[in-house]
Design a binder for this molecule. Structure first.
Ligand code: BES
Ligand code: ZN
Ligand code: ZN
Length: 488
């Protein structure tokens, strides 16, 4: 065996007794529970525990997580010489179907991934990991692995990038090179002048105090065959959120480079699907890239803004800027007459308080869409909590001198939900107002909002067990789109 090869045994607690190295493993304190590892350098081999501790739970995310297990391996092995992992299939009780193998292989790569741009002494990853399952996984399997890996890595890179190195002025080149290079994807970047013509007053207001003018990205992925359905993906793209005049204090500004995590997620999905291609689904991605700053011409608390939809919003807090930029993009998205609209946004601290930074908060106006996405996130084991949008709370986002307010008069309560209710006003054309947003045959569009404030960038409570950018939700969204595309 070449010295860069390592055998990986996936084992359970209940079958430890059958293993030849059972004594050695016992001496190392290895029990075979989920995520445990034991490294035997003489062989060389690595034992990886699979078994879940028995608990009585209805949690759909409590199951063997091959992606998380792979990430544990990747993190442990990134600084070693081992790159070829031979997955032992003899002693094993693992269900290594192609999906589990893909999750494991992807987890290894993502666990080994690190944002090293500013670490001059950090060794770059020493080559790609190769997992040998003892069978040929086939070309499609390999393409899907590579596509997801590159998409998730892009999302994580964008989220980690500093506000200086990723600002609205740079988006055009970046999107064209990362997503526009696929032959099935076309890109249109709307600049400030376009946004003015389009009536995107809310996006322009939020970005006004920045030296970088806002841009709206519109990417379209055309399917191979006749279009049978249309999906619009929207991502919040605040390249920096200082809070604006309601400036973030007490350390809360730190990490706000990640406030474009929703846009980064959708860009990762586009990059992945640009490589995999769709049969009959036309996929759109819209993100306004904006910087929320302070300055003499900053938008102000007390301003009333007439959004693209014609609905007016009184600004109660300039730090609730994400929903303002999303408002314009959502109503614009309805003009594409899609079958469904999904947005991902690092929208509220309240979502983290309610759901933890492990879970995405999912809410929407369409039960089929909500359940379809929940099923996708369960299948990829990306923790997602279904949150309600109760009608009783809608009154708290209504204004007195305006249609809406951009925070909520229900102080300190369910801020992620009132934010979701605010957004719901911009996918329902029945609420659009003359003369700005009047539509002839108004429709309320099926829509889901993902509050990814915690899950896209967190302090370590994620599957990869790493701090910072997680890439969470890319796999679930890709899976959901692929499943719908097959059903077309
Ligand atoms: N970008 C923040 C939300 C956020 C907070 C994301 C923490 C990730 C971690 C958003 O623009 C914001 O500032 N929201 C405010 C809303 C409030 C003013 C109603 C918040 O959550 O405090
Ligand atoms: Zn904010
Ligand atoms: Zn924000």
């Amino acid at each position: 065996m070449k010295n860069s090869e390592l055998i990986v045994y996936l084992v359970e607690n209940k079958s430890l007794g059958k293993l030849p190295q059972k004594q050695l493993l016992a001496d190392l304190g290895f029990k075979g529970f989920h995520g445990e590892t034991a490294f035997l350098p003489e062989t060389p081999s690595m034992y990886l525990g699979l078994e879940l501790k028995p608990v009585k739970t209805t949690d759909p995310f409590y199951k063997i997580d091959y992606y998380a297990l792979g990430a544990i391996l990747g993190t442990k092995l990134r600084s070693t010489k081992y790159r070829k992992l031979q997955i032992d299939s003899k002693s094993l009780t693992a269900n290594l179907d192609p999906q589990n193998c893909l999750d494991l292989a992807l987890g290894v790569r993502q666990g080994a991934w690190k944002f090293t741009k500013f670490l001059k002494n950090e060794k770059e990853e020493k080559g790609q990991f190769y997992l040998d399952f003892g069978v040929d996984m086939g070309k499609d399997w390999c393409s899907k692995l590579d596509a997801l890996d590159s998409g998730i890595s892009l999302t994580r890179t964008l989220v980690e990038e500093t506000p200086e190195d990723l600002n609205p002025s740079m988006i055009s080149d970046l999107v064209k090179s990362e997503v526009g290079r696929f032959k099935n994807i076309s890109i249109k970047i709307h600049d400030k002048a376009d946004l003015q013509k389009m009536g995107m007053r809310s996006i322009l207001a939020v970005g006004r105090a920045s030296i970088h003018a806002p841009v709206l990205v519109h990417a379209v992925l055309k399917p191979k065959n006749q279009v049978k359905s249309r999906i619009v993906l929207i991502g919040k793209g605040l390249t920096y959120d200082s809070g604006g005049l309601d400036i973030k204090t007490g350390g809360h500004m730190r990490t706000m480079k990640m406030d474009m995590g929703g846009a980064g997620t959708m860009m990762g999905v586009m990059k992945t699907l640009g490589q995999l291609e769709l049969e009959n689904t036309e996929l759109h991605w819209l993100s306004a890239f904006v910087e929320n700053m302070v300055g003499g011409d900053a938008y102000k608390t007390d301003d009333v803004i007439t959004t693209h939809s014609g609905q007016t919003v009184e600004i109660w807090n300039t730090d609730a800027e994400g929903r303002m930029t999303l408002a314009d993009v959502l109503s614009y998205a309805t003009s594409l007459d899609p079958d469904s609209i999904i947005d991902a946004a690092t929208l509220t601290g309240a979502c983290i308080a309610a759901n933890s930074d492990y879970y995405t908060g999912l809410m929407g106006n369409d039960e089929i869409l909500i359940n379809g996405l929940m099923d996708a996130f369960i299948s990829t084991n990306e923790p997602t909590e279904k949150n309600p949008l109760p009608e009783e709370l809608r009154q708290y986002v209504k204004g007195e001198i305006s249609d809406l307010v951009n925070t909520s008069s229900l102080k300190g309560q369910a801020g992620h939900i009132t934010a979701g209710l605010f957004l719901s006003h911009f996918v329902d054309q029945n609420l659009f107002r003359f003369p700005h947003g009047k539509v002839n045959n108004p429709k309320c569009y099926p829509w889901v909002h993902l509050d990814v404030a915690g899950s896209v960038y967190n302090s370590g409570h994620n599957q990869l067990k790493t701090k910072g950018a997680t890439g969470q939700s890319v796999r679930g969204l890709v899976e959901w789109i692929l499943t719908l595309d097959k059903r077309n």
